[in-house]
Every structure is written in structure tokens, then in C-alpha cells.
Design a protein around this ligand. Structure first.
Ligand code: NZQ
Ligand code: ZN
Length: 387
């Protein structure tokens, strides 16, 4: 097991009706709030009114900025930074999913910084200061509600890049599973695929003596595999929605990666798909992950066989570990297909003409992945396996 420091400081407030008291969580953190949200779902389903009522009742000043698109854009971040400076904003409340939260995080680091906020996404600058942010989560997916990451797309150059800093971890996250009842079916699916990907990025490691976190990761994966079909059939099933939501936050909240080196190649390979073609992150991951598995499993067949047996209930056969490993890969691909997730680039409407460019962009800062280091040619082969 590797050395580690674990400190996830996000306060989680979980359960029915919790969003109605959001202002209680903001007290002591700020007085002038930027209310940041997406394309309108929070207004359509009445959440906006409840949030505004809580802010007004507590006497908090607020200005609002909606319009965050999935795969959040840098141009809106610039607008948010200006708005915050003009209105002396000292707290940002993100109401939505990963895109809104990531946009809020970018604004939070851009306000006190004199240079271009994109510098944090290219590695040119390190975050030293950030406005505090809080979250009311409306989709179980990205895990940004307690993660130190923010992923932003710069329109010019179609670059989707991330910035990591403990300073942008939200102060609190309000998780009411009922808020996810209104998700379109495909967003529930993409969210589940992203959660599974966050678990598998950590699971596929070459680090030894990680039984404890292996078992936690396997349990979390099995939770999603069991509960996803339930919510697809019965979107208002509180118990199943609640388990997916909590698993989604824990999946990307650092605990499950403690003491082990995660892979993260599939995320990097996917970011080129959503950066250029604006596909949903989770949809891209459902396509890329099985292709990545087929390409790298020989690096550690025993780990893939363990995944097959413990997560997918494949029968153990110590005389034929490779076949067990391959059966695990077939089962995850079949699971994705059975729930309605895409598993090929064609299903995402992605043509083959830019695969080389995507492989080039993906590895421009060096090889990706830790389970197996992948260079441009490797990434290109993975894209080809996903056709
Ligand atoms: O914009 P609105 O109208 O709100 O609609 C959203 C959006 O169209 C809709 N939606 C969300 N909650 C809803 C709802 N519709 C009805 N009812 C609700 N309760 O869902 C759509 C997708 O929202 P989005 O925020 O884009 O989804 P998600 O949470 O999957 O976030 C994806 C983004 O997070 C990044 C991804 O790259 C992508 O840009 N990630 C961020 C990470 C992080 N910061 O730690 C890690 C992840 O690996 C990921 O890369
Ligand atoms: Zn992800």
C-alpha cells in the first residue's frame, strides 16, 4: 500500500427536504452569494424557488448566473468572474450537476486571480486562493460535489482540461435523492456510467496489498449494478436513488483511492470525445472503458480476473485466468448494452476522421494512465477498438 494523506473536508447533508435549509449552511461562509445554475431544469421543477426562498429568509444578498451547459464553457466562467467582482460576491452556490459545480469552481479561483483563469487548467499557475463554494446536487454522476477537481472546456481549440486543488473542494454538499427523480433517463444512465468509471479508475491499479479498498470499490460497483435497473424502471424509487447518489459522492471523494495509484487513462481518453464532439462524459466513458480494458488486461490478468469474479460473479477458474478476465470484460459491456448505454463511437455519432488528432491531443502533455502507460499510438488503438 502507498503512503497517503486523506482529508475530505466537504460537509455532506443528506436526505429529503434538505435543500430547503440551504441558507443555514451558507451562514458564516459568506453574505453576498452568486447563485449559479444550468440550462433551466431547476426552474422547471421548482427547485429554484425553494432555494431563493431560503436565501431571502436568511437575509442573504444574491445575484444569479444561469446557463451553464453540460461540458461547461470557459466563456461563461469569464462572465461569472466579472459578475462576482462587480457585486463583491464572497460565496458561490452551485445548484446542479458536475457542469455547474465545475463552472462555479472555475469562477471561484478566477475572481482573486489577476491573470487568465485558464492558466490553472494548463498548469501555468497553481491555485493559491478561492472563494468558498457550496452545492445543491441534482444528479448523481461526476462526484464534483466533494472532489478537488474542475473540468472546463475552452471553446477555442476544443480543449477540455482539468484543474486540481484542495482549495476548490466545496464547503458543503446538499444531497436530496428526490431531486434526481426528474432526470431524463439518459442522464441517469450517463451518471451511473461515470460513477462506475470513477470506481474502476481506482480499482485497476498495480499497487499491492489493497484488499480493504478493493472490497469497498467492489461493493460500490455492485451497488450501482443492482440499483441502476431499479431506477430505470421506477425513477421515483427513493431507496435506489439514495444508494446511487451516496455511492456517487463517495466514489469520487478520495476515500476509495487511498493507498493505491489509480489509472485515469480512460478519463483522459474520453475528455477528447466530449471536448470535440460535446458528447456527455458518462456516455463517452461507457464506450472507452471496455475498449481500454481489452487493450490493457494482459498487464495484470489476475486483477481483471478478480474483477470478473467478485464484481460480475464469473465462476473462478484458476487454470484459465485469462478466460475469466475476458468474461468480466464481456459482462460489463453487456451490462452497459442491457441498460441502454452506448458502447461504440458509432453510437455516439463520432466519425473516424479525427481519431489521430484526438490521440495526439490526449497525449500532448505526456503518456496517460498508470496501469499501463499509454502513448499516442496506444490511445489511437483504443479509439479504434471502440469503433
Ligand atoms: O442544465 P440543466 O437544465 O440543469 O440540465 C442538466 C444537464 O442538461 C440535466 N439535469 C441535471 N440535474 C437534473 C437535470 N435534469 C432534470 N432533473 C435534474 N434533477 O442533466 C444534464 C447534465 O448535467 P451535467 O451537470 O453536465 O452532468 P454531470 O453531473 O454528469 O457533469 C458532467 C461534467 O462533469 C465533469 C465532466 O467532464 C462533465 O463536464 N466531471 C467533473 C469531475 C470533477 N469535477 O471532479 C469529475 C468527472 O470525472 C467529470 O470529468
Ligand atoms: Zn468522470
Amino acid at each position: 500500500m502507498e503512503n497517503f494523506v486523506f482529508q475530505n473536508t466537504t460537509k455532506i447533508v443528506f436526505g429529503k427536504g434538505t435543500e430547503n435549509h440551504v441558507a443555514n449552511e451558507i451562514k458564516g461562509l459568506g453574505k453576498n452569494v452568486l447563485l449559479h445554475y444550468g440550462g433551466g431544469s431547476i426552474k422547471k421543477y421548482g427547485l429554484y424557488d425553494r432555494i431563493v426562498a431560503s436565501l431571502k429568509e436568511a437575509g442573504l444578498n444574491f445575484v444569479e448566473l444561469g446557463g451553464v451547459q453540460p461540458n461547461p464553457r470557459l466563456s461563461l466562467v469569464y462572465k461569472g468572474i466579472e459578475l462576482c467582482r462587480e457585486n463583491k460576491i464572497d460565496f458561490i452556490l452551485a445548484v446542479g450537476g458536475g457542469s455547474v459545480i465545475d463552472s462555479a469552481k472555475a469562477i471561484a479561483i478566477g475572481v482573486p486571480y489577476q491573470g487568465d483563469v485558464w492558466d490553472f487548467y494548463t498548469g501555468k499557475a497553481q491555485v493559491e486562493e478561492a472563494l468558498p463554494i457550496g452545492v445543491v446536487l441534482t444528479i448523481a454522476a461526476a462526484g464534483s460535489e466533494s472532489s478537488p477537481g474542475s473540468v472546463i472546456t475552452k471553446e477555442e481549440g476544443e480543449l477540455k482540461r482539468d484543474c486540481l486543488s484542495d482549495l476548490i473542494r466545496p464547503k458543503f454538499a446538499i444531497l436530496n435523492p428526490e431531486l434526481t427523480y426528474t432526470l431524463p433517463e439518459e442522464q441517469t444512465l450517463y451518471g451511473a456510467a461515470d460513477i462506475m468509471a470513477h470506481l474502476m479508475e481506482r480499482y485497476f491499479t498495480q499497487t499491492k496489498d489493497v484488499d480493504f479498498t478493493d472490497r469497498l470499490l467492489e461493493g460500490a460497483l455492485k451497488t450501482i449494478i443492482k440499483n441502476l435497473p431499479i431506477v430505470l424502471k421506477d425513477p421515483q424509487n427513493y431507496g435506489a436513488r439514495a444508494q446511487i447518489m451516496w455511492a456517487g459522492t463517495v466514489a469520487h471523494g478520495d476515500l476509495l483511492g487511498t493507498g493505491r495509484i489509480g489509472d485515469w487513462a480512460s478519463h483522459n481518453i474520453e475528455h477528447e470525445l466530449s471536448g470535440i464532439y460535446d458528447v456527455a462524459h458518462g456516455a463517452g466513458l461507457a464506450v472507452i472503458f471496455p475498449a481500454w480494458m481489452k487493450y490493457v488486461y494482459k498487464e495484470n490478468i489476475a486483477r481483471f480476473a478478480q474483477f470478473a469474479v467478485r464484481v460480475w460473479d464469473v465462476e473462478a477458474d484458476f487454470n484459465n485466468l485469462e478466460e475469466v478476465a475476458l468474461e468480466g470484460i464481456r459482462r460489463i459491456e453487456n451490462f452497459f448494452k442491457s441498460v441502454g448505454l452506448p458502447v461504440t463511437l458509432g453510437e455516439l455519432g463520432i466519425p473516424e476522421d479525427k481519431l489521430e488528432l484526438m490521440a495526439e491531443k490526449c497525449t500532448e502533455r505526456g503518456p496517460v494512465g498508470n496501469f499501463k502507460k499509454l502513448f499516442k499510438e496506444d490511445v489511437l488503438k483504443i479509439y479504434r477498438l471502440a469503433i
